[in-house]
Design a protein around this ligand. Structure first.
Ligand SMILES: Nc1ncnc2c1ncn2[C@@H]1O[C@H](COP(=O)(O)OP(=O)(O)OP(=O)(O)O)[C@@H](O)[C@H]1O
Ligand SMILES: [Mg+2]
Ligand SMILES: [Zn+2]
Length: 528
């Protein structure tokens, strides 16, 4: 098998280490001035260059080049031996598999012997936080009085697990997550050298997904390029999952346009493609936070490509600071909403609508009125928990703010749950004429809700639900619904718990009031 790309592209020289300049310049100077310390601690996230830098340091302190500032030269015997992994005085220990006191004592005994080849014995101890308390104690003795020929580099991803006694004896360096831009630049260089054709969007997707780990980024590139073909954004998305960031941008656009229907569509589409609703909410919050940074002239802190920053700047200009804060609160709530597990999209849907309301209410006169979807918009919560059920038809509206538009025209085209219930037997019959099995499946669910031309069927169990979700069954059912109701509808299936208790007697157990009360912790404040 070919060598993994990330190994092949391990930096051999100070200058090749990306994104850790603060550390590299200190170490380089120490070598040039012959003031290298005896114990270092390299802390930071996975794949950011800790082991790489430790090896460069090991080379530099043993390099035979006459000029200190040129070390490591990568040419001399010792430099080459280290690069090829056959230098006797570089000892790499994985603390994760050598955690015992005996291991450390063994190390301590050997440490007093003079180096075999070079000037220094360099010990790189990886994952040092894995050492036992006793092993740390044994280690401490060595760190207190290291022999002049020994240099320790302790590396860890979890600095909080390192005893303070150890920390205080080491010169500490904290490795940063590598930024998206830096990762993209490095990947470009690697792709060019390896003859891999990859488009910029795909590179940017990889860079984001790597969340600061250069090794992860290179491995993703390796994985994508393994079949030797050009890599486009769609191939990258197929392998790496969807570009949720794109969905975040879209959703913000719909928020700004006040387009509820398109916003809901975007949410469903994103979740259908496998994104986790909570994760999606958090990404929206992260994005909004970045907009705040941009608005407050802290754009430097935003880790994004320049194209992305341009788009963000345009978004940030369209929102007031107060609105951004309210939006963040609103989507944070969606991210934390744990009750609505039966309807995972609901907290996000509510946040979207509330968000449109926030932008509409607080922006200046040229604000866009929220366009209500032509369907049962009245069943939407605008602000909870100020709920206001209106008769049995479950009308929810904010206590102080009603949508003022005249929606009579739209209402006549609106599909209600009642209509569906009235036609249910007819629909079941029609389905039976097409296929008896499908009819049986339909019989084991009930119409649960209507929204934006989507009819939600509630199932008590996952198995039946997934049968219904088969394309052939869905099509038969959808056709029957469309024929009986005289309009195009989409069918969606969902799991329901079937519980009806704890609801006031005049509340429709299928309605949004029930949903709000049961699953979102709402409370009734006024009944008309
Ligand atoms: N800062 C960086 N600049 C360039 N390449 C890097 C950098 N960090 C990591 N890499 C790439 O990732 C690979 C692994 O890096 P390295 O082993 O140094 O990471 P690490 O920080 O020690 O990770 P771990 O905590 O998992 O041990 C390198 O071979 C190199 O290809
Ligand atoms: Mg390492
Ligand atoms: Zn050398």
């Amino acid at each position: 098998m070919a060598q993994a790309l990330y190994r092949k592209w391990r930096p051999h020289h100070w200058e090749e280490v990306v994104g850790q300049n603060h550390i590299i310049s200190t170490l380089k100077n120490a070598v040039a001035n012959d003031r290298v310390a005896h114990a270092y601690l390299f802390a930071g996230p996975r794949g950011t260059g800790k082991t790489t830098t430790a090896r460069i340091l090991a080379k530099a302190v043993n390099c035979q080049n006459d000029e200190l500032s040129k070390r490591p030269c990568n040419q001399c015997e010792f430099c080459q031996a280290i690069d090829q992994g056959r230098f006797l005085d570089l000892i790499e220990i994985d603390a994760a598999s050598n955690t015992s006191v005996d291991d450390v004592r063994d190390l301590r005994d050997k440490i007093n012997f003079q180096p075999n080849q070079g000037r220094y014995k360099v010990y790189i101890i990886d994952e040092v936080h894995m050492l036992s308390a006793a092993a740390f104690n044994a280690m401490l003795k060595t760190l207190e009085e290291p022999p002049a020929h020994a240099i320790f580099v302790l590396a860890t991803t979890e600095i909080h697990k390192i005893p303070i006694t150890i920390l205080s004896r080491c010169q500490r360096h904290e490795f940063r997550r590598v930024s998206v831009m830096e990762i993209i630049a490095q990947l470009k260089k690697i792709a060019k050298n390896e003859g891999v054709n990859i488009d910029d969007q795909a590179l940017s997707l990889i860079a984001r997904q790597a969340t600061g780990s250069m090794r992860d980024a290179i491995s993703l590139l390796d994985q994508l390029s393994s079949n030797g073909q050009d890599i486009s954004i769609s191939e990258a998305e197929d392998v790496l999952g969807t570009a949720t960031n794109q969905a975040v941008l879209e959703l913000i656009n719909y928020l700004l346009a006040g387009d509820i229907a398109a916003g809901l569509d975007c949410i469903h589409h994103t979740l259908d493609k496998g994104s986790d609703p909570r994760q999606f909410s958090r990404q929206i919050v992260d994005y909004l936070r970045d907009l705040i940074l941009l608005r407050s002239n802290n754009g430097d802190l935003v880790d994004e490509t320049s194209e992305m920053k341009t788009e963000m700047a345009s978004h940030s200009r369209q929102m007031e600071m107060a609105q951004l804060i309210s939006l963040i609160q609103c989507f944070t709530r969606a991210a934390n909403e744990t009750h609505a597990t039966w309807q995972p999209a609901l907290p996000l849907e509510l946040a979207l609508i509330e968000g449109i309301y926030i932008l509409n209410k607080e922006s200046s006169q040229n604000a866009i009125q929220p366009k209500l979807p032509a369907s049962d918009h009245k069943n939407w919560l605008q602000k909870q928990p100020e709920l206001k059920p209106e008769k049995e038809n479950a009308v929810l509206a904010n206590k102080t703010t009603h949508f003022e538009q005249d929606n009579n025209a739209a209402a006549s085209e609106t599909l209600t749950l009642k209509q569906i219930k009235d036609q249910w037997r007819q629909i079941v019959k029609l389905v039976g004429e097409q296929n008896r099995t499908t009819q049986g499946i339909l019989n084991s669910c009930r119409p649960y809700g209507v929204k934006d031309g989507c009819i939600y069927l509630g199932f008590q169990g996952d198995i039946i639900k997934s049968k219904m979700e088969k394309e052939s069954n869905l099509k038969i059912v959808q056709d029957a619904f469309s024929r009986v109701l005289g309009m195009e509808v989409t069918i969606r299936c969902m799991l329901i718990s079937g519980q009806k208790d704890n609801l006031p007697p005049d509340v429709d157990s299928d309605g949004m009031v029930a949903t709000a009360l049961r699953d979102l912790g709402g409370e009734i404040v006024d009944v008309q």
